[in-house]
Design a protein around this ligand. Structure first.
Ligand code: SAM
Ligand code: SF4
Length: 412
């Protein structure tokens, strides 16, 4: 590290981080905090006090992205005259790369999910660029501050003051071992990154890459380190945990190993994909005393036609049989799901299939989403042909139905 960058650290810069999206992003933000704290940065809960504002973003639905664009605009308005350094990280960074700068010129740097270990170095470089404001290098390649791939938009000097890192594929294992967890008792532990399922509506494989499993020894080591710090509850994280494989260790074997860790009181996992869910998993949930009797099993739709178009790899009957099996093996087990309404070509009778699946299964809770077209995905080839009012009507109906089911289950 250069002397100059040390000088910056000596007047500790304050960081504000805002997280959008799923638990994976919550964990990524913790990882970033842990890494930046190690480099001497301080954190603040107040954007107005921050020297650097980080947005850890989500691209799963258009609505999640819209929130980020409007927040960037708001921060810039609130801080006019003293605009802080703004960094956009996570799934939107990967989705739009340097195009982010065209839409949000106040953003100074963009970092994809597989490059988060570079953020401390990037912040130092950006602070260096701000210090030398006005010295726009003449040619790309001359600047010590420019990293990342060449902008497709050409040699515009505008881009030469920006940094973007979106080419990474492997996260170094060390980033998971800073020992920083937001909560004193509970920790999220990533077991796999990315996803190779390519559900036709989903942007995750494109912005987070294909499935990569962490080594099980590293996972167990991280949990042991967390337990030493006082953590007693763990949630194992992955987009499809059931597909976990490493050196002959599968997900159920991993659950057994975690269960036997001394000092751990309780653990759970998300998310399971129905096509990879087995009776062995249900037996583990029933038998392992520290494992919560809880399964989140996204069904997405109750129509075989729509499940096929979604490339989910199972039928309605397969899903219902799984549920029967789960309930037989895991007595009193909690069951939750995700539903998408308004997928292209979803007719009234397809929708009815989803509605009666909810009535038949009676989930403890369901997360219900309106279909949102995502760039890169296969479903963009289908006509997003349901009017917004119809999607909203179906969304409202399913929400109402699930509310009644959840209420009656909780009253029992
Ligand atoms: N890997 C997990 C799975 O397969 O269930 C979670 C993926 S995603 C982060 C969480 C949920 O968002 C999905 O289960 C799905 O219901 C919803 N989702 C994903 N893409 C969507 C889209 N394009 N439009 C609406 N909802 C979407
Ligand atoms: Fe997306 Fe499907 Fe992978 Fe879940 S399993 S992250 S919905 S592609």
């Amino acid at each position: 590290m250069s002397k100059e960058s040390k000088t910056y650290k000596n007047m500790p810069k304050k960081i504000y981080i805002r997280t959008f999206g799923c638990q994976m992003n919550v964990r990524d933000s913790e990882v970033i905090c842990g890494l930046l704290k190690k480099e001497g940065y301080k954190f603040t809960d107040e954007p107005k006090d921050a020297d650097v504002i980080l947005f850890n973003t989500c691209s799963v639905r258009q609505h999640a992205e819209d929130k980020v664009w409007s927040e960037i605009g708001r921060i810039a308005r609130d801080r006019s005259g003293t605009v802080p350094v703004i960094g956009l990280i996570g799934c939107m960074a990967q989705n739009y790369k340097e195009k982010i700068f065209e839409r949000a010129p106040n953003v100074s740097f963009v970092v994809g999910p597989s490059d988060i270990h570079k953020i401390a170095e990037i912040i130092e470089k950006v602070l260096g660029i701000s210090k030398q404001a006005g010295t726009v290098p003449k040619k790309r390649g001359q600047s010590p501050f420019v990293k990342g791939q060449s902008p497709k938009s050409g040699d515009s000097p505008f881009f030469l003051r920006k940094i973007w890192e979106t080419d990474g594929s492997i996260r170094p294992e060390e980033i998971y071992h800073t020992g920083f967890y937001e909560d004193k008792e509970h920790a999220y532990v990533v077991i796999s990154e990315g996803c190779s399922n390519f559900c036709s509506y989903c942007v995750v494989p494109y912005v987070r890459g294909g499935l990569r499993n962490r080594n099980y020894k590293d996972i167990l080591k991280e949990i042991e380190e967390a337990i030493e710090k006082g953590i007693t509850k763990i949630t194992l994280l992955g987009q499809n945990v059931n597909a976990y494989q490493c050196d002959g260790i599968n997900f159920v074997t991993l659950l057994n190993s975690v269960n036997s860790l001394k000092g751990l009181k309780e653990f759970s996992f998300i998310t399971s994909h129905p096509k990879d869910t087995s009776t062995d998993l249900f037996k583990a949930i029933a038998d392992l005393e520290k494992l919560k009797k809880y399964l989140h099993l996204p069904v997405q739709s109750g129509s075989d036609k729509i499940l096929k178009l979604m490339n989910r790899g199972y039928t309605r009957k397969f899903y219902l049989d799984l549920v029967d099996n789960y309930r037989k093996i895991v007595k009193g087990g909690i069951l939750t799901t995700d539903i998408i309404v308004g997928f292209p070509n979803e007719t009234e009778s397809d929708f009815e299939g989803t509605r009666n699946l909810l009535e038949e299964v009676r989930f403890n809770a369901a997360y219900i989403f309106k279909y949102s077209t995502r760039p890169h995905t296969e479903a963009t080839k289908l006509d997003d042909n349901l009017p917004l009012e119809e999607k909203e009507k179906r969304h409202g109906e399913i929400l109402e139905l699930q509310k009644k089911i959840s209420k009656s289950k909780n009253e029992r």
